[in-house]
Design a protein around this ligand. Sequence first.
Ligand code: MF3
Ligand code: CO
Ligand code: CO
Length: 244
Amino acid sequence: MSIDHPEELAALQAAGRAVAEAIREMSRRVRPGVTTKELDDVAARVFASHGARSGPQLDYDFPGTACISVDDEAVHGIPGPRRLRDGQLVKLDVTAELAGYYADACRTVPVGRVRGREQRLAAAAQSALRRGLEAATAGASIGAIGAAVETEVTRRGFSVCADLQGHGIGRRIHEEPDVPNVAWDGPPLTDGLVITVEPIIAAGLGDVYMDEDGWTVRTEDGSPSAHAEHTIVVTQGAPILVTA
Ligand code: MF3
Ligand code: CO
Ligand code: CO
């Protein structure tokens, strides 16, 4: 969607606050021994307290409140009874719907003490997100976001999972346009456009495949993946971070 009234921005930001609080509360509880279902229950409680609903459940019948993916699971991991272990990377990807408006964000959180490579991978996703946000200004090509993300990820020795990308958002989770994480010749970004910027990256090659469960997308080579995401509103200057 594109924002053209201040009330729309306010409604979107209310959804963004539910997402930010859910991720914050889930992150605080990440430790060895916690189950991904327990983390999902935290998201459900925070959503309820905001009057928000799970976007993935509403739009896709996703079997969970949030997508919780571990290590080689790149995206759309299903919350369940398995316990997190020391050294893993867990991705908390949370989308809320509130009063008809959607916001979407993700953070990669280390479980206990992680190895250097995993630490650098999570930092690279965060840094690539920052670079992508810096490129997201009205008049620039959407492809400039991907170029900035890809440059940062490869500079740090990692790969973009190019099959997975950001998207327009607002009245549904996934709207036009696509926001790839690689350089391409995209159309110009426009003032008020609401999109996600979300580098999904891997320590090895960036190829991915769909797990038998029909939801979880994993890296082909089994290498760990990291993911960082914000929902933003494009402006003439720095974007408005809806989910910060
Ligand atoms: N949060 C995901 C994204 O960033 C969307 C998940 S919807 C699902 O695009 F149903 F596929 F899980
Ligand atoms: Co997301
Ligand atoms: Co998204």
